[in-house]
Write a protein that binds this ligand. Structure first.
Ligand SMILES: NC(=O)c1ccc[n+]([C@@H]2O[C@H](COP(=O)([O-])OP(=O)(O)OC[C@H]3O[C@@H](n4cnc5c(N)ncnc54)[C@H](OP(=O)(O)O)[C@@H]3O)[C@@H](O)[C@H]2O)c1
Length: 249
């Protein structure tokens, strides 16, 4: 079957920022959203919550760190819809609350490795797996969820805890974004990273100033860029900067 709507995959979208992005994209008439979650029941619960609001999404299981899970998703997307148009790499982990994350002198390298595995290598894996489906239709929008704390220009700032695993993983994600953009130059597949701001989610905690819905707005903007739009940039949260402003890497 070939679907006429654009198909949007959001990783880790049963809760938090991913759910908010899925919810906002699903309200657009021409987009079919696929909510993905590593625990299938979480995805079904999210689908039901959205259905209670009159918002229709499809669901599929996805653990971004699993080769088999990513391959199975790509095959299912091809067989079910015959296309993928939008990929939001939202799934992420953040071990910053662990005491070792206070400093690079105490950081546990295994934690760093696990953080890179989800926040960088898994993004490379799924992006690589889905780009061929985008290329087949000559269209793609890829959004990588990063953080201002990963900007190299912020490395001298007084962050405490230093959060080395999380911040360096997002530096890697930013680098991945720039390299993919180079490879995709001249295609109609646009890839960008953005910082959603500090949000009230399980990761951000209740003191955060922004809601996930507010943080989702820039992702939706980047996921629906017009042809010829931004390529390989790192955007700040539009609400904070008063528009789509590219940040220094
Ligand atoms: N909150 C903030 O203030 C903030 C600020 C800047 C950037 N961000 C970024 O925003 C993104 C979303 O964060 P959030 O605040 O919404 O955090 P969250 O509520 O903790 O959600 C994280 C999501 O990632 C999923 N995930 C983690 N590992 C996964 C895996 N291996 N496979 C599939 N899904 C996986 C989680 O699924 P499970 O429920 O199964 O664990 C969950 O759905 C992250 O990339 C984060 O780094 C957040």
């Amino acid at each position: 079957m070939t679907m006429t709507k654009k198909v949007a995959v959001i990783t880790g979208s049963h809760k938090g920022l991913g759910y908010a992005i899925a919810r906002q994209l699903a309200q657009k008439e021409d987009i079919q959203v696929i909510v993905t979650s590593r625990n299938p029941q979480d995805g079904l619960n999210a689908q039901q919550r959205l259905a209670n609001e009159g918002i229709q999404v499809d669901v599929h299981a996805l653990d971004v760190t699993s080769v088999a899970s990513v391959q199975e998703l790509a095959t299912w997307l091809q067989q079910t819809y015959g296309r993928v148009d939008i990929l939001v790499n939202n799934a992420g982990v953040n071990p910053t609350m662990q005491p070792e994350e206070a400093s690079l002198l105490t950081v546990d390298i295994e934690t760093m490795l696990a953080t890179f595995s989800t926040n960088v290598l898994a993004v490379a894996r799924i992006t690589k797996a889905l780009i061929p489906l985008m290329s087949a239709n000559g269209y793609g929008r890829i959004v990588n969820v990063s953080t201002e704390m990963a900007s190299l220009s912020s490395m001298g700032s007084d962050y405490y805890p230093l959060a080395p695993s999380y911040r360096l993983s997002k530096v890697g994600l930013n680098g991945l974004t720039a390299l993919f953009a180079k490879e995709l130059q001249g295609s109609n597949i646009l890839i960008n990273a953005y910082s959603p701001g500090w949000m009230k989610t399980d990761m951000g905690g209740s003191d955060a100033p922004f809601t996930a819905d507010e943080g989702a707005e820039t992702a939706v903007y980047l996921a629906t860029l017009p042809d010829g739009g931004a390529q390989g940039k790192f955007f700040g949260e539009m609400r904070k900067f008063g528009g789509a402003i590219a940040l220094p890497w």
